[in-house]
Design a protein around this ligand. Structure first.
Ligand code: HEM
Length: 405
């Protein structure tokens, strides 16, 4: 028997789009129960900063869902193990994770990313030159910027973007924890599978084209590695490009938008950034804590583990509610306040440990350029209405953020 306030019903409530605009009161209620064990779902849920941090650093925390008891049960029932093929390295463990991450990490080191700055500045100037009157920050800036940057980096034609943006949006939803929390795959499961297969086909066609006509892009570089020996298969190139494309589409958008909203709700902070671009770094880090674009991440216990006093048996899924951990009063004073000037800002917004976000330097650079340009150009901007939110739980973000310039 469940009641409105029991932790499992609170987790189900979290999936309800009605709570997307402000999920934080629910995160707080769930956190107050401490670590949750739901043995009937083979699930443990962690919500304190210390527990999430420990899981991410733990050597027995696996990312490959094939190690999960729930996945194994589905396979035993006749379901395909990997219905859309090889996963991106976000969902792999060593040695495959180490090898694949190593092959693409060179493209994302801060020095290489810094070289993209002039292009990013030009893109932002161009987007903001078209802004006047009432401006939707999502469609006018936060969405087109990261998409143009990742397409350019990967070598995906920007003209094709409208064709795969829908697939990317559906794939972002497949990160939501329907199955882990409710035991059911959630509405639109078939559509998400179809989107995954479609995007892989699209990438396969593009890879064939780059094989014939290589460019300066990352896809051509990965093809060259494949052709040089046995370090990489074509399936892995597809999976890696797919991961980067979806990561580049669905996360930085939300960082730029969430920071813009927090600043607009505190006009003194907006003006402070408008006059001092040096504040961008603290604004961005505090946004990653206060309103993180990735609200939760998952792991599988590859061995029996004990976290925060909770025993997690081998094969159980672990859900880390980062958005709850970031407002843990044991770590943060006034956790529900957006305060870029707090004495020290810590967060797990880019993850931690071996899977720490590869795109973090790029995301920080794009957000810095976008937020400094937006506030400097429009120092008197005001919120023109309540923002709209997409239904996504994990990659939570706005669909619309209208500003009066
Ligand atoms: C504000 C924007 C971003 C946020 C908040 C973010 C957040 C994260 C988080 C939390 C993880 C770790 C997931 C886990 O441990 O399970 C991650 C991993 C990753 N991110 Fe990002 N990300 C952002 C932007 C980007 C961009 C722009 C790219 C590249 C184009 C990118 C590429 C990746 C990749 C490849 C991984 C997997 C790393 C691995 O498994 O070793 N991210 N990101």
């Amino acid at each position: 028997m469940t009641t409105a306030a029991d932790p499992q019903s609170l987790l189900v409530t979290l999936l309800d789009p009605a709570h997307r605009a402000d999920p934080y009161p629910i995160f707080r209620q769930i956190r107050e129960f401490g670590p949750l064990r739901l043995p009937e779902l083979n699930l443990a849920v962690f919500t304190s900063y210390a527990d999430c941090d420990q899981v991410l650093r733990h050597p027995a925390s696996a990312s490959d869902r094939l190690k999960s008891t729930v996945t194994q049960r589905l396979i035993a029932e006749g379901n395909e193990a990997r219905p859309v093929g090889t996963p991106g390295f976000l969902f792999l463990d060593p040695p495959d994770h180490t090898r694949l991450r190593g092959l693409v990490s060179k493209a994302f080191v801060p020095k290489v990313v810094k070289n993209l700055e002039p292009d990013i500045v030009a893109l932002v100037d161009d987007l903001l030159a078209r802004a006047d009157g009432t401006f939707d920050v999502i469609s006018g800036l936060a969405y087109p910027l990261p998409v143009a940057v990742i397409c350019r980096l990967l070598g995906v034609p920007l003209e094709d973007e409208p064709r795969f943006s829908e697939a990317s949006g559906l794939l972002a939803q497949s990160l939501d924890p329907f199955l882990t929390v409710t035991g059911a795959a959630g509405d639109g499961h078939e559509a998400r599978l179809a989107a995954g297969l479609w995007l892989r086909d699209y990438l396969r066609t593009l890879i064939a084209e780059r094989r014939r006509h290589p460019g300066e892009d990352l896809m051509s570089a990965l093809i060259a590695v494949e052709e040089a020996g046995d370090q990489l298969t074509e399936d892995e190139i597809v999976a890696t490009c797919n991961l980067l494309l979806v990561a580049g589409h669905e996360t930085t958008v939300n960082l730029i938008a969430n920071a813009t909203l927090a600043l607009l709700r505190d006009p003194a902070q907006w003006r402070a950034l408008a006059t001092d671009s040096g504040r961008a770094a603290v604004v961005i880090e505090e946004t990653l804590r206060y309103d993180p674009p990735v609200q939760l991440i998952g792991r599988v216990a590859a061995e029996d583990m004990t976290i925060g006093g909770a025993d997690v048996p081998t094969g159980d899924n672990m859900l880390l509610l980062l958005a709850a951990a970031h407002r843990d009063p044991a770590v943060f004073g006034r956790p529900d306040e957006f305060d870029p000037d707090r004495p020290s800002i810590r967060h797990l917004g880019f993850g931690k440990g071996p899977h720490f976000c590869l795109g973090a330097p790029l995301a920080r650079l794009e957000a810095t350029v976008a937020l400094t340009a937006l506030t400097r150009r429009f120092p008197g901007a005001m919120l023109a209405g309540e923002p709209g939110y997409k239904p996504n739980v994990t990659l939570r973000g706005m669909s619309e953020l209208t500003v009066s310039l």
